[in-house]
Ligand binder design. Structure first.
Ligand SMILES: Cc1ncc(COP(=O)(O)O)c(C=O)c1O
Length: 373
């Protein structure tokens, strides 16, 4: 079957492009000796995680406990969780994960650490942890100069073993120009180096120095500072990455296939894919560089000007050869958000459909206690 013959909307994954993206990032890490721990929030798919592992990924970074549980159930044993965990029920999930996998958690303050240490104590368990360092996103994290202070404050918890530091320079996605990528990359490496040196000075070992974003990955790898890279988006890339100058459109593996439903006015086409396929965000952390809600492949005359839930409005500049019933492919602005809006992707090579890929790590993809009978 050819993708032209698919019903729409359909989420398409170009397997050749995706596999090349996976290979290229693995090669970037292999060249510098850094370990690759891809963040799975982009694809939320064990099938894609398997491909990343086969290409050399040392482990995986999770953004939700659903992802971690699904990976552990599928037999992936090297896991890092990106964010602190709080609340009795979720701490119980962390304890249970610690029994199934080699899990490293992340902390950025004493309150979450205290609760986790006490849950671990009650379960007679222990965990490795990383200190989250703020390299400019101003979300989680301690300022680099305070990493050693936090490590010292947590040193009394025998259930928590410090393994290193991690950062995510997500501010890169708010860059007003592609030059902002280099600025964020420098900030990421500088923050990690400063935190690492402060920890070493206080006598802490820092075997893990984890950098993490797709646009800054090559710089972090080449810096010699990062021992671990944790990019996520690179597996698909998207219109935000094109806008930042990270990759050309040919490197984008995920598209949404849609059909033109109407041309109500000469300057407008309506397609059968809307915010429930693309999401409404312009890209992570608010990039201002993308025009519209996605990039229509091979049709520079079209802009995705607006989205309703199930339909999208394309603005036509000049004229277009597309007519009602024709199909087109749209690269989402933010592939991580778009992939979370479908249960499966249609994997194809040069248009020939090869496999369906389940998105099996989404929130609530697995039943949890007390719903599990
Ligand atoms: C903590 C952390 N690390 C790594 C990443 C991966 O970043 P990217 O999607 O730019 O590759 C993210 C993205 O949300 C993140 O939050």
């Amino acid at each position: 079957m050819n993708i032209r013959d698919l019903a729409t909307p359909s989420f398409l994954l170009d397997l050749d492009v995706c596999e090349a993206n996976i290979r290229d990032m693995a090669a970037v890490c292999a060249r510098t000796g850094a370990e690759l721990w891809p963040m799975v929030k982009t694809h939320k798919s064990t099938a894609i995680a398997r491909r990343q592992k086969a290409a050399g990924a040392a482990g995986f970074l999770t953004g939700t406990l659903d992802e971690a549980e699904q990976l552990a159930a599928a037999g992936f044993t090297n896991l890092m969780h990106a964010y602190p965990v709080a609340g009795r029920e979720n701490l119980a999930r962390v304890i249970s994960l610690a029994r199934q996998a080699r899990l490293t958690v992340a902390l950025d303050g004493p309150a979450a650490a205290r609760a986790l240490a006490s849950a671990l104590d009650a379960a007679d368990a222990a965990l490795d942890y990383l200190i989250i360092v703020d390299s400019g996103l101003h979300r989680f994290g301690v300022p680099p100069a305070q990493a050693a202070e936090l490590a010292a404050a947590l040193a009394g918890y025998k259930q928590l073993r410090l393994k290193g530091i991690a950062t995510h320079p997500g501010q890169v996605y708010a860059a007003a120009a592609p030059e902002g990528v280099a600025t964020a990359a420098r900030a990421e490496v500088a923050a990690l180096a400063q935190a690492r040196d402060a920890l070493l000075k206080r006598g802490f070992a820092v075997p893990v120095v984890a950098a993490g974003s797709t646009p800054t990955a090559a710089h972090a790898a080449a810096s010699g500072v990062a021992t671990v890279l944790r990019p996520g988006n690179y597996v698909f890339y998207d219109n935000a990455q094109i806008a930042l100058g990270v990759v050309p459109a040919e490197r984008c593996a995920l598209t949404v296939l849609a059909t033109v439903l109407s041309r109500p006015r000469p300057d407008t086409l309506i397609i059968d894919a809307g915010s429930k396929c693309f999401g409404l965000d312009k890209g992570a952390h608010g990039t201002s560089l993308t025009a519209g809600f996605g990039l229509v492949r091979d049709h520079p005359e079209l802009t995705v000007a607006g989205l309703s839930e199930e339909v999208g409005k394309l603005a036509v500049s000049g004229d277009t050869a597309l007519a009602v019933g024709d199909k087109l492919a749209v690269i989402p602005n933010h592939a991580c958000a778009a992939a979370n809006l479908t249960s499966w992707l249609v994997g194809h090579r040069q248009g020939r459909v090869e496999e369906t890929i389940a998105i099996d790590m989404r929130g609530n993809a697995r039943l949890r206690p007390p719903l599990v009978q």
